[in-house]
Design a protein around this ligand. Structure first.
Ligand SMILES: Nc1nc2c(ncn2[C@@H]2O[C@H](COP(=O)(O)OP(=O)(O)OP(=O)(O)O)[C@@H](O)[C@H]2O)c(=O)[nH]1
Ligand SMILES: [Mg+2]
Length: 206
């Protein structure tokens, strides 16, 4: 039986208007870009915590595996432009892969996450790339993230990760969801690649 799938809003048009109905007085929020970003990687690498750190500046120490898919939104401001990110956070567990795959074709950008202290999660990035590659444009902007750089336990060197990132046209960064190190930078760097691609695809009329 098919599982319910939330369909991402794909209308990435500029100057969109969002009504925030959760606030006491509904307020109109303007943004210039809307991007769907999917964050993938093995279970336990810290995908949900990276999003939590970005959106709430909070960190959850207890591991609660994502059931299926979460979605959060967050707005960044870059060069006076408001960029709304819809952050799709699938479980890394194999049992949800059939569900996760349905979202790839709607992505504007991909973040691949591994755990710097766990080599297997790095080696599995290639599997995640194959899975994403089957369902997306090869030129999709992407970032490779080595999370948990705070642990002091290193099983993957920066050089290994840089080699993979260079060979696959990805930006590479190490992060910590605990300290917040590089977390905002990951998302803003991805935006810096997504924005010119979007502007080229949908040029403003003169
Ligand atoms: N030391 C350290 N631990 C982290 C960091 N980020 C996440 N963790 C821990 O790693 C565990 C898993 O984090 P999650 O964010 O739930 O992992 P996930 O990738 O979303 O896992 P799934 O939802 O199962 O796919 C939790 O116990 C977190 O506390 C980090 O930067 N440093
Ligand atoms: Mg999760």
């Amino acid at each position: 039986m098919e599982e319910d799938v939330i369909t991402p809003d794909l209308n990435e048009s500029s100057e969109l208007v969002e009504v925030d109905s959760d606030s006491e007085e509904s307020q109109v929020v303007m943004y210039d870009y809307l991007f769907n970003v999917i964050i993938v990687g093995d279970s336990g690498v810290g995908k949900t915590d990276l999003i939590g750190r970005l959106c709430d500046e909070a960190y959850q120490t207890k591991f609660v595996t994502t059931m299926g898919m979460n979605v959060e939104s967050h707005t960044l401001c870059i060069n006076d432009k408001k960029i709304k990110l819809q952050l799709w956070d699938p479980s890394g567990s194999e049992k949800y892969l059939h569900l996760t795959k349905k979202y790839f074709s709607n992505a504007s950008g991909i973040i691949y996450v591994y755990d710097v202290s766990y080599a297997r999660s790095f080696h599995n990035i290639v599997k995640w790339m194959d899975l994403v590659g089957e369902n997306t444009d090869a030129n999709l902007p992407k970032v490779l993230v080595g999370n948990k750089c705070d642990t002091g336990r290193r099983a993957v060197t920066k050089e290994q990760a840089e080699r993979l990132a260079d060979a696959s046209g990805m930006i590479f960064m190490e992060t910590s969801a605990i300290s917040g190190h590089n977390v905002t930078q990951v998302f803003s760097s991805l935006c810096q690649v997504m924005i010119p691609l979007y502007d080229k695809k949908f040029p403003l009329e003169q």
